[in-house]
Design a protein around this ligand. Structure first.
Ligand SMILES: Cc1ncc(COP(=O)(O)O)c(C=O)c1O
Length: 379
């Protein structure tokens, strides 16, 4: 893949070096077009048929299933990562004294439901400290044993891209009889994560970052062992036979098959679903491996540049290819991100890291701009 070759698919001005996809992805032109058409549709509701309440939902399920190489029956449509993680917390089995494992400084959407569950059940929240060598996999594996009920982790740490090998973590969790809950919001679409290899019990992702989709939409893959669980809502669309609008008051106890029972109410969002589908089609056309390879090259350049300036960086073998955290000294200006933004360079400061997260619209020139700006503000 040629760097910058895909910039024209987005609407990014030449003088903007947007290296902040981990914050929010820019929108593909094609996704905006689809969204605008979708907004127009509601002006003519007589053209929206009962079948339309199902068609895009099923289409989106199928596309998400292709992204994670799972079965579409296991996919639920959710409005946020938090929503999916609340479903996971409502369904895993945890007893008093058992452990729920999370990472230090993990994103709060995947911490608060577990703090709450631990409080209600008397389970222990075990926070794995950040390892000095960035090897989260070993650190997490050391905490998985027979007293562990849930391992609730990401594929990479959201502050700096440091990697967890979910295949190994998943295997250890299964052997210990623990549920594996993955928040893939900071990786899905840019880093290969495949259900047949990882075998998660719950895998959630918000769509607005690496899935290049709209805000307020996400997807959840549910493992076969959890498809008969408790949904957060009792949405009528999640019931068996809801296709027949004339008979909706013949109330049913049975849910629609697979993971559909977990769908959010009004899941057939006529604007957001078509947009997310268009974005998933584009990612599938590139191929997640192709995206990962292009972005690895860019973060490799960032790593090199950082080392050249004497900054600490998460090394390639310990991180995903699409994101890199550069260590900030305590003396770094508090408003560093704002200062860089004033110069047209967009990155984030998360914890003690300057987080650089490119996508296929970025070029080597954007990396040069980043280091030119850093030279001015981090002398
Ligand atoms: C790892 C991770 N998970 C989830 C989210 C978003 O969570 P939610 O969809 O609950 O707002 C973010 C946002 O930055 C994130 O970094």
């Amino acid at each position: 893949m040629n760097l910058g070759e895909h910039r024209g698919l987005f609407e990014i001005p030449e003088d903007v070096a947007y290296l902040n996809c981990a914050y929010m992805s820019p929108q593909l032109r094609s996704v905006r077009r689809v969204g605008e058409e979708a907004v127009r549709r509601k002006s003519r509701p007589w053209e929206i048929t009962p079948g339309d309440f199902f068609e895009d939902s099923e289409g989106a399920r199928g596309l998400f299933a292709r992204l994670v190489r799972g079965d579409a029956e296991g996919v639920a449509i959710i409005p946020s990562a938090s929503y999916g993680l609340a479903i996971a917390a409502a369904n895993v089995r945890v007893a008093e004294g058992e452990a729920i494992v999370v990472l230090e400084e993990q994103f709060p959407s995947n911490v608060y439901p577990w703090r709450d569950l631990a409080k209600r059940t008397g389970a222990k929240l075990v926070t794995v400290p950040r390892p000095a060598d960035h090897d989260w996999t070993t650190a997490v594996l050391e905490r998985i044993d027979g007293r562990c009920a849930v391992v609730a982790v990401p594929n990479c740490h959201w502050t700096d891209g440091s990697l967890l090998d979910l295949v190994r973590v998943g295997k250890a969790a299964r052997e210990a009889g623990a549920a594996l809950v993955v928040d893939a919001t900071q990786s899905l679409g840019a880093h290969p994560l495949y259900v047949p290899e990882v075998r998660p019990d719950f895998l959630v992702s918000a769509a607005y970052k690496w899935m290049l989709g709209p805000y307020s939409l996400g997807f959840m893959y549910v493992g076969e062992g959890y498809r008969e669980g408790f949904p957060l809502e009792q949405t009528w669309l999640g019931r068996e036979g809801s296709e027949d609008f004339a008979s909706l008051v013949e109330y049913r106890d049975a849910y629609a098959p697979g993971a559909r029972r977990y769908d959010v109410g009004e899941r057939s969002n006529f604007v957001l679903l078509p947009m997310a589908m268009e974005a998933m089609r584009q990612i599938l056309e590139w191929g997640v491996e192709g995206v990962a390879e292009g972005l690895s090259y860019l973060t490799g350049l960032v790593e090199e540049g950082a080392i050249g300036r004497g900054m600490r960086a998460i090394p390639a073998e310990r991180r995903v290819g699409h994101m890199i955290g550069l260590g900030l000294d305590p003396g770094a200006p508090k408003d560093l991100a704002a200062r860089l933004a004033d110069e047209g360079v967009f990155v984030s400061v998360r914890g003690r890291s300057l987080r650089v997260s490119p996508h296929l619209y970025n070029t080597q020139g954007d990396v040069t701009k980043l280091f030119d700006a850093l030279a001015r503000h981090l002398p």
